[in-house]
Design a protein around this ligand. Structure first.
Ligand SMILES: Cc1cc2nc3c(=O)[nH]c(=O)nc-3n(C[C@H](O)[C@H](O)[C@H](O)COP(=O)(O)O)c2cc1C
Length: 173
């Protein structure tokens, strides 16, 4: 699949089968993350956490669900990859942009692999507030999980997107 096909097919998937993501697929997702741009090339400020082990995956679910205790903010996807980052005083906000770049690269790679995926943001305050879980996950001091992606197999492939130019775009050619 070429990159434009992957872009056309990329959609947020919110229902998954229980089939695990294979080691080969995970390797490609991590290749995608590692090839994303990072502000100032400060790669030392990024930390990835890959969770597919069911007991830990369940702890992530519980922390993300918070008061809504039975919900799964990762929609049953077997694999969750957290992108944690460390802020840089000299470049305010760059850590959020960096995390987004990594997630989007993985989102497109997942699509190219025929996997479903969805960008995860809304439930992450619950993870950031859980110091014990962050320690259990090995997230280093000074790093916070700022974005994540849930990945898995989907029963039904999404319909290809047709370009509908949804953004206002002024052209000065
Ligand atoms: C920064 C960001 C945060 C997002 N957070 C969530 C989230 O927490 N949970 C979720 O289900 N989808 C999340 N999404 C997915 C968007 O809802 C989705 O991209 C949007 O509805 C457009 O649909 P599409 O991805 O199928 O094109 C997020 C997307 C972005 C870019």
């Amino acid at each position: 699949m070429d990159i434009f096909e992957a872009m056309a097919l990329r959609r947020s998937s919110r229902a998954y089968t229980t089939e695990k993501v294979s080691a080969e697929e995970l390797e490609k997702l991590l290749f995608a993350a590692n090839s994303a741009p990072v502000g100032g090339a400060h790669y030392e400020n990024i930390h990835l956490t890959v969770v597919q082990e069911p007991a830990l995956r369940e702890q992530l679910r519980a922390a993300g669900a918070g008061a809504n205790s039975s919900a799964d903010p990762f929609y049953g996807a077997p694999l969750v990859i957290l992108v944690s980052a460390r802020a840089r005083q000299s470049s305010p906000g760059v850590e959020i942009a960096n995390a987004a770049c990594l997630v989007e690269h993985m989102h497109l790679a997942a699509t190219a692999l025929g996997l479903g995926s969805v960008y995860i943001w809304g439930c992450l305050p619950g993870l950031r507030a859980d110091a014990a879980l962050k320690t259990r996950l090995g997230i280093p001091d000074g790093f916070e999980p700022l974005s994540a992606i849930a990945v898995g197999h989907v029963a039904e492939a999404p319909a290809p997107r047709t370009f509908d130019g949804q953004y206002a775009c002024d052209l000065f050619l």
